[in-house]
Write a protein that binds this ligand. Structure first.
Ligand SMILES: Cc1cc2nc3c(=O)[nH]c(=O)nc-3n(C[C@H](O)[C@H](O)[C@H](O)COP(=O)(O)OP(=O)(O)OC[C@H]3O[C@@H](n4cnc5c(N)ncnc54)[C@H](O)[C@@H]3O)c2cc1C
Length: 404
């Protein structure tokens, strides 16, 4: 196979624009094709970018733009629903510090950086089919148009179409028994530390929040619910009904109760069941390859979904830069990424299970947690290596592979 000179990147969320920027740096021309008819600003709630994700953005000159729309988070404060402090965890002592931000601000910042670097982003192009040919790949979109390139990269999220084109038997996302909702309240939780993320193990649900500089409280709620609910299904329920349900679930919990009392229904976003990807057997086939949630979506509890997506985007571009032979490049990419991302996915699943603990387990957790936080759950010990991972863009990939 000849070297890759052009690429189609399917999906203009988080991984897509970063992949295209990194490819340009590797000398590959890339165009992003996004299914939404327009930039999907306003979609989603909050997420975090970990130090490793921010550092990876340096390789595409996008770290600063993202930090400007995020809030530094230096510690996590864990409480029970009665306001009792379970523990305060300083974050891993590493620069850059984790930032908390709205998903649409992150997507917008990345899109603007990509466009400023000359990446074309075309909206309203939903990929429906693709086929590898001997000298390229042909993509077909829902509007009847087509595009060709040397390589097609699926950055099309957890319900990836490209994943099933690579392998029709690829696994579906695993649904975890928690509903995920979020929003913003016209209310600042009193005395909240502006650089802390708060996690509340409430009596019937898990609640997270931070206070924004404008005096609003950004929050998310994880409510146990065994029924799988997709994003589309969750959005069939009107926001005022979700808000009503949340106010019931958190009626006894502080400050969730107060935060929800000051939230307008219009500001409630239903995301559906929490999902994560099980191990995907085939990351690539012929001239198609996956990045981001399409191949390694950890549960949001990992705090690493966006960060891993960004890392994979940069690593894929490095592998294509250093291996003119496409199969060798894609093999190198999978070898570099699979062990790391699957470890994080496993950790995310374990963290999520603490949110679904029954009443007895919950009581035990409250008793054991202070000790656990000082020992095996201590962020330095449990997250240090994960967050100190750095990609050296200039170093040859072969040197990194030699360590694997
Ligand atoms: C609208 C939206 C809101 C989100 N909100 C949150 C949130 O609040 N909190 C959180 O932690 N995570 C959220 N996520 C997930 C989060 O963005 C990802 O976990 C992570 O950042 C990895 O990004 P990604 O680019 O791999 O996937 P995504 O961010 O999911 O991006 C995938 C992109 O591909 C596009 N796409 C999908 N199928 C096709 C197709 N066939 N053709 C063309 N384009 C396609 C989608 O429209 C999307 O823009 C959200 C994702 C989306 C799409």
């Amino acid at each position: 196979m000849t070297a890759v000179c052009t690429a189609l990147v399917v999906g203009g969320g988080i991984a897509g624009p970063v992949t295209a920027m990194a490819l340009r740096r590797a000398g590959i021309e890339a165009t992003v094709y996004e299914g939404h008819p327009s930039a999907a600003d306003g979609a989603g709630v909050t997420l975090t970018l970990a130090p490793n994700g921010l550092a990876a953005l340096r390789a595409v000159d996008a770290e600063q733009a993202v930090r400007e729309v995020g809030l530094p988070m230096r510690r996590t404060v864990i409480t029970d629903g009665r306001g009792g402090l379970i523990g305060t965890l300083p974050h891993v002592a590493v620069e850059p510090v984790t930032v908390g931000l709205w998903r649409d601000d992150l997507a917008r910042a990345l899109r603007e950086r990509a466009e400023a670097q000359g990446v074309p982003i075309v909206h309203g192009k939903r990929l429906v089919d693709a086929e590898s040919t001997t000298d390229g790949v042909l993509a077909r979109f829902g509007d009847g148009s087509t595009a060709t390139a040397d390589l097609l990269i699926g950055a099309d999220g957890i319900r990836s179409r490209v994943r099933t084109l690579i392998d029709p038997a690829a696994p579906d996302p695993q649904v975890l028994p928690l509903l995920n909702l979020g929003g913003a309240a016209r209310y600042a939780v009193p005395d909240a530390d502006p650089e802390a993320m708060y996690l509340v193990f409430g009596s019937r649900g898990f609640f997270g929040y931070w206070v924004e500089p404008d005096g609003r409280t950004a929050w998310f709620a994880n409510v146990p619910d065994p029924r799988p609910t997709t994003w589309a299904e969750a959005n069939q329920t009107p926001p005022d009904q979700w808000l009503h349900r949340l106010r019931e679930v958190y009626a006894d919990d502080v400050p969730a109760h107060q935060v929800l009392a000051h939230t307008d229904a219009a500001d409630v976003v239903a995301i559906g069941s929490i999902e994560s990807m099980p191990s995907v057997p085939h990351w690539y086939r012929d001239r198609m390859v996956l990045v981001g949630d399409a191949v390694h979506a950890p549960s949001p509890s990992s705090g690493q979904g966006a960060s891993l997506a960004v890392e994979s985007a940069v690593q894929l571009a490095r592998c294509l830069r250093d291996h003119p032979d496409l199969p060798a490049a894609l093999t190198a990419y999978e070898r570099l990424r699979r062990p790391r991302v699957e470890k994080v996915v496993r950790r995310g699943r374990q963290t999520t299970s603490t949110k679904t603990a029954g009443p007895v387990a919950k009581r035990m957790m409250r008793i054991m947690m202070p000790l656990a936080l000082r020992t095996f759950l201590n962020p330095e010990r449990s997250l240090g290596a994960e967050q100190r991972y750095r990609i050296d863009w200039d170093a040859p990939v072969s040197a990194e592979l030699a360590q694997h």
